[in-house]
Structures are given as structure tokens and as C-alpha cells.
Design a protein around this ligand. Structure first.
Ligand code: GTP
Ligand code: MG
Length: 197
């Protein structure tokens, strides 16, 4: 898929105020600092469409972007950021559960995980929750530039093995690097295929 246009639509903390249109929607979620906003910029070939930062907790709202005038891409805040207060964690959980629970136009979620890390309980629990709620998802491994090819293969295999302890099959997954422009065509091709269905 060629990205001909990518525009910011709106930021929201209230799911009810998200765009009413029925355009197909794809959401990017994962731990703080995993690279959600950077990935969105890589996919759209726009340097600063989504705001990124070396400090976790940069994205705080639900951000809608309109792509090629026919689908929405959604940048979400990260979970699992230890320095966020308990009350804001609760607010966050609430709007994330509301978002996933009510956006009927959501085609699939992409759960981002840092390829360098062993599977973290918070990510596995989140995937479990998506599964229990019937929300389709794929996994996106991020920051692949940080590992050599052999290590990438090993980390992905380890991840698959842990997933297979709870899932009957491994979810669809992608290996990406936003700084090295890796995985872009795979993810965009996948979205393209889903948009055509
Ligand atoms: P929050 O909005 O805080 O939840 O973070 P986020 O998941 O949106 O992460 P963001 O895209 O802001 O990136 C976090 C940090 O990781 C930044 O310093 C990025 O430059 C860096 N980063 C993101 N993707 C990559 C990547 O593919 N490779 C490398 N080496 N660094 C990356
Ligand atoms: Mg972000």
C-alpha cells in the first residue's frame, strides 16, 4: 500500500468523542516507550505525525490519524509505566478498556513488544484480555535494529514458545525497526489485505 495522505484528526480521552465515521480502524498498543508512535511515523513515512519521546509516557490520549482518506490509524498511550500514579493508571485502564470494548470499527489491534525483552506478564495478560474479549490482534516486535539476526530469531522463538503455553496457535506477528525502516511493507500489506475484505 502506498500512503498518499496521512493527517492528524483528533486527540481524545473520551472514547465517546472519537470519530463517528465507520472507516476501518487499526490501533497500536503496548508498553510505554516500546515505540508505538515511532512505528506510526515509520509506516506513514512522516517524521513527526505522532509525537515520540525517549521518556516513557509521552502519548497520553487516543490519537486518530486518517490515512489515504479511507482508514484510521490510532496511537494509544502505553501501559505499564511504573512512574504513573495509581489514579491515572485507573483512568488509563478505564479508557483503554472502553476503547477496545466499544470501537466497532476496530479491525485489529497491534500489540507492540520490544524484541530485546523476554515476554512480560503485562503484555501476556493484555493479549489474554484481548482474546477473552474477542478482539483480534497481531504482535509487532519493535526495535529489531538493536539485535543481530540470529538473536532476533531466538527471541522470536522464545516468545512463540511462551505464547503456545496459553494459545493454540501463535498470533500473526511482524518484526520491525522504525529507525531502520524494517517491516513497513509487511504491516501495510497486511492492513491493505484486511481493508479489502
Ligand atoms: P509512549 O507514548 O510513551 O507510550 O511511547 P511509545 O511507545 O509511543 O514510544 P516512542 O515511539 O515515543 O519511542 C520511544 C523511544 O524509543 C524513543 O526514544 C524512540 O526513538 C525509540 N525507538 C522507537 N522505535 C525504535 C526503533 O525501532 N529502534 C530504536 N533503536 N529505537 C526506537
Ligand atoms: Mg507514544
Amino acid at each position: 500500500m502506498k500512503i498518499k495522505s496521512a493527517e492528524f484528526v483528533m486527540s481524545n480521552s473520551d472514547v465517546a468523542k472519537c470519530p463517528k465515521s465507520r472507516l476501518p480502524e487499526y490501533a497500536f498498543i503496548g508498553r510505554s516507550n516500546v515505540g508505538k508512535s515511532s512505528l506510526i511515523n515509520m509506516l506513514t513515512s512522516r517524521k513527526s505525525l505522532a509525537k515520540t519521546s525517549g521518556r516513557p509516557g509521552k502519548t497520553q490520549l487516543i490519537n486518530h490519524f486518517l490515512i489515504n482518506n479511507n482508514w484510521h490509524l490510532v496511537d494509544l498511550p502505553g501501559y505499564g509505566y511504573a512512574r504513573v500514579s495509581k489514579s491515572s493508571k485507573k483512568v488509563f485502564q478505564k479508557f483503554i478498556t472502553q476503547y477496545f470494548g466499544s470501537r466497532e470499527q476496530l479491525v485489529t489491534a497491534f500489540v507492540l513488544v520490544d524484541i530485546r525483552h523476554t515476554p512480560q506478564p503485562i503484555d501476556l495478560e493484555f493479549m489474554q484480555w484481548l482474546g477473552e474479549n474477542g478482539i483480534p490482534f497481531s504482535i509487532i516486535f519493535t526495535k529489531a535494529d538493536k539485535l543481530r539476526p540470529q538473536a532476533i530469531e531466538k527471541h522470536v522463538d522464545d516468545y512463540k514458545n511462551i505464547l503456545l503455553e496459553t494459545w493454540v496457535e501463535v498470533p500473526n506477528y511482524f518484526i520491525t525497526s522504525s529507525s531502520k525502516d524494517i517491516g513497513k511493507d509487511d504491516v501495510l500489506g497486511y492492513i491493505d489485505g484486511l481493508n479489502e475484505n
